[in-house]
Design a protein around this ligand. Structure first.
Ligand code: F6R
Length: 256
């Protein structure tokens, strides 16, 4: 059996676990999701992220499903964000990403998977409907987050108000550069996306953040050991009663 050896770091502004490996973080979070599913008879509502950080966790959830350990049939999912201007089947769309890394490998009912609206037409009304559908699902029980090297959560770029709701946002150039690896070239990376707001994210009952690699070290130092700077969206987690970060040694290089 895999033994978790992660260490809670002292004196951080948000509870932070230093993990020996990404695998350890993925095991810890997969275990939380499995326990939540058992406690809820399979009917949990999960908030999901894309990008590199969650891929290992999704692989572990697929493994657990294939091993007959979990079923996601009754689970509802809400993704944090989606690019504007990409078709649903565009390989770099977040819907395509989720299909490839999680949905296809499990028994998730696609009717119960939700993405923010990404169509310009009547966007404000669609964003309000999206917020209502989260409420109708009973709110998000467990929200997964990655963190941008500029401290964004979802696509809430720096200076996003902590009470912001789901809306259209212009992506920071550093975000477009970081995400260019999923496209043929940076020119193809959309300039706009729709993201759950920081306020929307803070309403989830549990927040879990994965941050791996040295590109996250600088922002983690600013957030975990720095002043409460409201221009950094990740700092909003200081206000949440059940938020935790799982970071590896490279991401912790400036604090541990
Ligand atoms: C993606 C998202 C973003 C990413 C962040 C980190 O749905 O919400 O906030 O989590 O940009 O991306 P990676 O994991 O690729 O470093």
């Amino acid at each position: 059996m895999f033994c978790l050896a992660m260490k809670l770091l002292p004196h951080t502004t948000v509870p932070t676990y230093l993990v020996d490996s990404q695998h350890e973080a993925n095991e810890a979070l997969a275990l939380e999701i499995s326990s939540l599913l058992s406690a809820r008879d399979g009917r949990a509502t999960l908030g999901l992220a894309t990008g590199s950080s969650p891929i290992g966790l999704y692989t572990e959830l697929v493994r657990r499903h294939r091993a007959g350990e979990i079923s996601l049939k009754e689970v509802q999912t809400f993704n944090l964000d989606e690019y504007m201007g990409l078709t649903h089947d565009h390989p770099a769309s977040y819907r395509a990403f989720m299909s490839e890394h999680l949905f296809r490998g499990t028994d998730l009912d696609l009717e119960k998977t939700h993405f923010p609206p990404s169509d310009e037409v009547e966007l404000e009304a669609s964003c309000a409907n999206w917020e209502s559908s989260i409420q109708a699902a009973g709110g998000i029980d467990w929200q997964l987050l990655g963190v941008g090297r500029n401290g964004h959560i979802g696509f809430n770029e720096p200076d996003s108000p902590f009470d912001s709701r789901t809306r259209r946002i212009e992506l920071a150039e550093s975000t477009r550069e970081a995400n260019a690896r999923f496209f043929e070239s940076i020119d193809e990376v959309p300039r706009f996306a729709v993201t759950m707001g920081v306020g929307t994210i803070l309403e989830a009952r549990r927040l879990r953040v994965l941050a791996f690699g040295d590109t996250k070290a600088h922002i983690l130092e600013r957030v975990l050991h720095g002043e409460d700077d409201e221009s950094i969206p990740l700092n909003a987690l200081r206000e949440h009663p059940d938020a935790a970060l799982y970071i590896d040694a490279a991401a912790a290089a400036r604090i541990a």
